[in-house]
Design a protein around this ligand. Sequence first.
Ligand SMILES: NC(=O)c1ccc[n+]([C@@H]2O[C@H](COP(=O)([O-])OP(=O)(O)OC[C@H]3O[C@@H](n4cnc5c(N)ncnc54)[C@H](O)[C@@H]3O)[C@@H](O)[C@H]2O)c1
Ligand SMILES: O=C(O)C(=O)C[C@@H](O)[C@H](O)[C@H](O)COP(=O)(O)O
Ligand SMILES: [Zn+2]
Length: 372
Amino acid sequence: MRVAGDQPYDVVIGRHLLGELPSLLGDGVRRVLVVHPAALASTAEVVHEDLKASGYEAYVAEVPDAEEAKTAQVAAFCWGVLGQADFTRTDAIVTVGGGATTDLGGFVAATWLRGIRVVHVPTTLLAMVDAAVGGKTGINTAEGKNLVGSFHPPAGVLCDLAALESLGRWDFVAGLAEVVKTGFIADERILELVEQHADALRAWGTAPASDETWAVVAELVERSVAVKARVVGEDLKESGLREILNYGHTLGHAVELTERYQWRHGAAVSVGMVFAAELARLAGKLSDDVVERHRQILGSLGLPLTYRGDRWERLLGAMRRDKKTRGDVLRFVVLDDVARPTRLEGPDPTLLAAAYAEISADAPTGRGPVAL
Ligand SMILES: NC(=O)c1ccc[n+]([C@@H]2O[C@H](COP(=O)([O-])OP(=O)(O)OC[C@H]3O[C@@H](n4cnc5c(N)ncnc54)[C@H](O)[C@@H]3O)[C@@H](O)[C@H]2O)c1
Ligand SMILES: O=C(O)C(=O)C[C@@H](O)[C@H](O)[C@H](O)COP(=O)(O)O
Ligand SMILES: [Zn+2]
């Protein structure tokens, strides 16, 4: 699949694709740094050896797992590795890992010498359908999620579906949250597929997936990437259309910060989507049926639908730093209907509080398996 832009690139989806890496890296690259977390050490080593066998001067940098990687300290560690190995503007980074690794590695590539090439090899469902495509890179600060970053599109993306075989059940389910997001904002067929195959998808990793389930997963990846490619190809820097990809993220990111990143991103986005759906319903935009469909689909996958009722002030504080906020005006992506996203600007505080009441639970029920 081709992503349009000043420098168009390919997202290759298939199996056993590592041989494609040199062609995605392009001409003139001499040194390559493979950035990966410990969980992907053996895959990264295969990539490292392949690159050396193809004539590159290849290095590896192991970074912390998950959100722990998205810090200024870890970025500085990577800059140190690049500096020690004399990386120039014709050299490149390859990321091997989930969305945290592609966000960090992409950010390091964006900032080293003001920008070198990066190819992403996403290994989670979430990174394949979302994080690796579109060029949003970033790290967190004490004040919030992805507050420092850059738009730096990759030179290519290799989605090797075989990587999903080792992905844990709840990391897979967390990735489904972004798939469902894509369904609600742009492609109802995604919702139908998830509705038809929810049990098999939710059971990912508990037994080998059937051929039918693999076919569904492949179609979900293809459809989600197609939506993302179309949107970021039109609006790389989020001046308008791209905001739809942030559906559920205004509250979702605030939940992640409030939970000190102990919730998976997809789990927080799941709650965030139910909140956004309630907000749209209370604003008179969205029907009860579509709100209920959010709960049905996300709940059928085992994703959380509620959040503790005693965190509103903290969440509100974090949402003020959301990237869609303009001055003091909070802005939300909401739906008029399935595949009809719009914006709600500066909603009345009582409306926000009422939507929060609709998703509040007395106990912190979000601490299910996906929220760990
Ligand atoms: N830049 C974007 O457009 C964008 C889009 C969506 C999400 N994100 C970011 O992505 C991050 C979430 O990504 P994620 O859900 O991939 O989380 P993650 O990167 O933390 O990976 C989840 C876990 O899966 C493990 N893992 C990865 N691949 C594996 C495999 N093949 N087999 C077994 N284990 C594997 C990782 O080590 C980690 O423990 C968040 O930081 C979020 O903000 C960015
Ligand atoms: O690609 C985008 O644009 C998105 O918003 C996709 C989101 O799923 C992703 O989590 C993104 O990193 C959020 O970006 P942010 O700008 O809200 O930090
Ligand atoms: Zn996201």
